[in-house]
Design a protein around this ligand. Structure first.
Ligand code: M6R
Length: 604
């Protein structure tokens, strides 16, 4: 996820910007840049890759005295990680940095292009600075031009803009992406995407709300709310630890990542869910021409996303779908047919086994598609096409938000293919799109849910094992629930299809066998219920997760009534993530860095 910093003051502007960007590295990025305005002179620097590259480029740039500056670390969403696409973006006399996605950028860009504006980058962000400069010519003040620009932007943004017309001012706006303003005792103003860069510089902070905007100068802070009303800034004290600031108030990165799923899923949807179908700007629809099968391949959590997706592709797009564990696929001498689209799913884009299968598919002449969280990763570079999940960097070794965004992309992709193959009625498509829009809401963690799971977790620290069971897409979700538990609690857990228990594992049933039963209302509820009753009759300890009260369960996590099973899927996913995390906490384990595991497995 992109990171933003900004500075107005008389101290070492370059150092403050670069140190701030360094503190934001944990958010993930693939390029970085800064722009500094002193009197009438803008200096700017950009570099691809690590921040050190930018540090080297700016080695001889050492401005002294009063300056304003803006800086950015970019996590590519529109256009490759290149210097031209890196922020800040330049107009004739102004610079902008932006975090988020401008959903209607193409429409604005077309208008500006028709006016003769020249664009240098492929980003959505660049429209902001050109729009501003257009209004600079017609509006009475630069601030009016900024307001007029904001009024046209749709989507999510945190924006900082500096212009030669007012060389002591930074304009700012926040809507859906994080931005904080820190104030020092010296009246310096420092902007950042999270607390960490402000620690050691600012005394008080202003956590901006969505829709707020304004400007700062050395002597002023003007703030307006979403109704354009001038408001008094409400300042708070800063946290003191940088690590805890990076965790943004959460105990663990995993916890933070569970809580931010709603936001990253919204980011993943931006510009993709349209009125009558799904649009992937990065996909050539011809990718699906002459394709009769989709083969999905992945490891670990990404494999579970692949397995769930195979149900969706067959159900909605009526296309044969098969799923492979990458480490197995490599050596099974598979038959690869040219009418198969080979889809690899990977958070990191670097997992050795998955990468090898991608190479095999390419060598066999198959069309390939990668669903990945990291642009410019080995897989993204190798595949014919890629769709980026927009989860931002995931620090917890146990994957949470990456899985959530993979499932979001895969559900969208199944509908995209369905449209292409004309397998859903217009009415059914609209229902699916409407349900998709509800996903960010379905994954919001409520205090009630978290507290309930925290209390329940104390009952699950012993026993001779866990079975997570579910049917249909809830079977891969059960696998994922069991993997989460294994990874961070080190307790034995298995995921199983509910209907398979009677074919063997039910022999283990006794009070020390804990069954976590996924019982969604809208997917085979009665069937799942019978399977759980069979276990309950044999005295297994049952924790049921369902929107429907179930009196045969020892424990019950009640989910909301939702009208699509996929929304139940997403809500149950959150409950499973929280359950593993709370058990792990009680066992005193390292939640973010469990023993024996690495975040990215680049060896066979
Ligand atoms: O980066 P990838 O998605 O390719 O990684 C695959 C697995 O190594 C990964 O999902 C692993 O299972 C996680 N630790 C799961 O939490």
């Amino acid at each position: 996820m992109c990171g933003i910093v900004g500075y107005v003051g008389k101290h070492k502007v370059k150092d403050i910007l670069l140190e701030g960007l360094k503190e934001l590295e944990y958010r993930g990025y693939d390029s970085a840049g800064i722009a500094v305005l002193q009197e009438d002179n803008f200096s700017f620097y950009k570099a691809v890759g690590k921040l050190d590259n930018l540090v080297q480029k700016t080695a001889d740039f050492n401005p002294e005295g009063f300056a304003i500056g803006i800086g950015h670390t970019r996590w590519a969403t529109h256009g490759k990680p290149t210097e031209l696409n890196a922020h800040p973006h330049l107009g004739e006399s102004s610079y902008v940095v932006h975090n988020g996605i401008i959903e209607n950028y193409q429409e604005i860009k077309n208008r500006l292009l028709a006016d003769g504006v020249r664009f240098l980058s492929q980003t959505d962000t660049e429209v902001i600075v050109h729009l501003f400069e257009k209004y600079l010519k017609s509006e009475p003040t630069p601030f009016d031009a900024f307001k007029k620009t904001l009024a046209e932007l749709e989507g999510a943004y945190a924006v900082l803009l500096a212009t030669k017309s007012l060389p002591d001012t930074i304009f700012f706006a926040k809507n859906g992406s994080p931005m904080i303003l820190g104030l020092s005792e010296d009246n310096e103003k420092i902007f950042a995407s999270s607390d960490a860069p402000l620690i050691g510089h600012a005394k008080d902070v202003l956590y901006l709300d969505d829709g707020e905007y304004g400007y700062v100068t050395p002597t002023e802070l003007q703030l307006f709310d979403k109704n354009d009303k001038a408001v008094q800034p409400s300042l708070s004290a800063l946290p003191t630890s940088k690590l805890s600031a990076q965790k943004e108030g959460f105990r663990f990165f995993m916890e933070k990542e569970i809580y931010e799923q709603s936001v990253v899923i919204s980011d993943t949807f931006l510009g993709r869910i349209q009125d009558t179908g799904i649009h992937f700007e990065e996909l050539d629809p011809a990718l699906f021409d002459d394709i009769n099968e989709i083969k999905l391949c992945a490891c670990g959590t990404s494999f579970h996303a692949a397995l769930a997706a195979s149900y969706l592709f067959e159900r909605y797009a009526k296309i044969r779908s098969s799923v492979e564990i990458a480490s197995e696929f490599r050596y099974k001498e598979p038959l690869l047919m040219k009418d198969t689209l080979f889809v690899v799913i990977s958070q990191s884009g670097e997992t050795a086994d998955s990468l090898e299968t991608l190479k095999m598919a390419k060598e066999a002449g198959l069309k390939t598609l990668v669903i990945c969280n990291v642009d410019n990763s080995s897989m993204v570079r190798l595949a014919d096409a890629s769709i980026l999940t927009r989860a931002g960097i995931e620090k917890g070794v146990a994957s949470t938000k990456a899985f959530a965004t993979q499932m979001s992309v895969l559900w969208m992709l199944s509908l995209y293919v369905a449209k292409k193959r004309d397998t859903l009625s217009d009415e059914e498509m609209l229902h699916q799109l409407q349900s998709l829009r509800e996903v960010p809401n379905s994954v919001k963690v409520t205090d009630t849910l978290h507290e309930k799971i925290r209390r329940l977790s104390k009952r699950y620290l012993h026993g001779h094992g866990f079975f997570f069971i579910g049917r249909d897409v809830f079977f891969p979700l059960a696998l994922e629930g069991a993997l989460k538990l294994k990874e961070i609690t080190y307790l034995h857990a298995e995921g199983y299809p509910s209907g398979e228990m009677k074919h063997g594992p039910i022999a283990m049933a006794d009070p020390d066998l804990i069954t976590i039963a996924l019982m969604p209302k809208h997917m085979l509820y009665e069937k799942a219920k019978s399977n759980v009753e069979e276990l309950s009759a044999r005295d297994s300890t049952i924790c049921a997760i369902s929107p429907i009260e179930f009196d045969k369960a020892d424990d019950f996590i009640k989910t909301h009534q939702r009208d699509h099973y996929m929304l139940e899927f997403f809500e149950m996913m959150v409950a499973l993530q929280l359950l593993s995390m709370e058990i792990s906490v009680r066992l005193g384990n390292d939640v973010d860095m469990p023993r024996n595991l690495a975040k990215s497995v680049t060896v066979e």
